[in-house]
Design a protein around this ligand. Structure first.
Ligand SMILES: *Cc1c(COP(=O)(O)O)cnc(C)c1O
Length: 315
């Protein structure tokens, strides 16, 4: 990344881009199309909405935390009608509730959820949700921004139509790059999707990618960084990357229990560990002390969990 900037219209760029796009499919893994967007993860989420839906469409958002709730906000911005399947923070979303929502309303166009809810440390069961959604016509769109590399997010025969990740979580890159997978069914939906879009129009990305380019200037430095990250991952092996996160998260959870604290999450993700604090410990003060005395930076609780939860990254 510190080398000379590659010219994005130059002769060497198409090979770099198409190689990175092909290899990035192994992260999920997916056989679907994959696009790299110059945006943070949220831009990938917005791209999923605007490329598959039209104002007035009805969707299910299954969520139990602040990142899951972001789907509500994006849908609201495009006048998409959200049927909420909410769980309490710390719990996993219930596939049976998604099944009932879909059975009650055959017009639901898409189900949105999160794999690893970074605000609570919960892993939602995408495999079970996929089995439910496969029985209906709706698309399944999954925010894998913090889970990719920590957990498998397989789109092959699992019902997942769109999966999204971002550069600064499991890939260990600086922020600014999002990846989005797009199934054949998503592609069909995109032909009738009338949400306004210009920068995030994936049809433009498709056409440009066929020539090894982006529709506008791509973040070439991040793409070089992703090349290096994918080379490291290939050396280690994707299965070992997932195993390493499982082992490391398991060790953190054991350590937490050994000092009589407990995990906040019902079904903990390997991407991070959210620790529930007893009344006697102020999480904000604990974070400040960890930083001051040990140079250790961890995450705090979001929204109403501020001070009550701390979050340790395993990525
Ligand atoms: C970090 C995160 C986001 C937001 O991604 P940005 O890159 O900040 O836009 C969304 N969802 C989840 C689950 C995240 O962990």
């Amino acid at each position: 990344m510190s080398g000379p900037i590659v010219y994005h219209r130059g002769p060497d760029f198409p090979d770099l881009l198409t190689g990175v796009v092909e290899d990035a499919k192994g992260l999920f893994p997916t056989d679907d199309e994959l696009f790299l967007l110059s945006s943070s993860g949220t831009g990938g989420m917005e791209a999923a909405v605007v490329n598959t839906l039209s104002p007035g469409d009805r969707v299910v958002v299954a969520q139990a935390g602040s990142f899951g709730a972001r789907w509500n906000d994006i849908c609201a911005a495009y006048d998409i009608d959200v049927i909420a399947v909410d769980e309490e923070w710390g719990q996993a979303v219930d596939p049976d509730e998604i099944a009932s929502a879909l059975s009650r309303d055959p017009d639901i166009k898409a189900v949105f959820t999160t794999q690893s809810e970074t605000s609570t440390g919960v892993l939602h069961d995408i495999e079970a949700i996929g089995q439910v959604v496969l029985r209906h016509d709706a698309l399944l769109i999954v925010d894998g921004i913090s889970s990719v590399c920590a957990h498998r997010l397989d789109t092959r025969g699992t019902g997942v139509d769109i999966a999204i990740t971002g550069s600064q979580k499991g890939l260990g890159l600086p922020p600014g790059l999002a990846a989005i997978t797009f199934s054949e069914r998503a592609l069909v939906a995109s032909r009738n999707a009338t949400c306004p879009k210009f920068y995030l129009d994936l049809e433009k990305y498709r056409e440009a990618l066929a020539e090894g380019r982006g529709p506008s200037t791509l973040p070439v430095t991040l793409i070089s960084g992703l090349r290096a990250a994918l080379d490291l991952i290939r050396e280690e092996g994707m299965d070992r990357v997932w195993d390493r996160h499982a082992r490391q998260a398991g060790a953190v959870r054991e350590a937490i229990r050994s000092i009589d604290l407990s995990c906040f999450a019902q079904n903990p993700s390997n991407a991070l560990t959210a620790v529930a604090l007893p009344e006697s410990i102020d999480g904000v003060e604990l974070m400040a002390r960890l930083r001051r005395s040990y140079g250790a930076v961890i995450g705090g609780g979001l929204a109403h969990l501020r001070g009550r939860v701390i979050r340790i990254s395993n990525l």
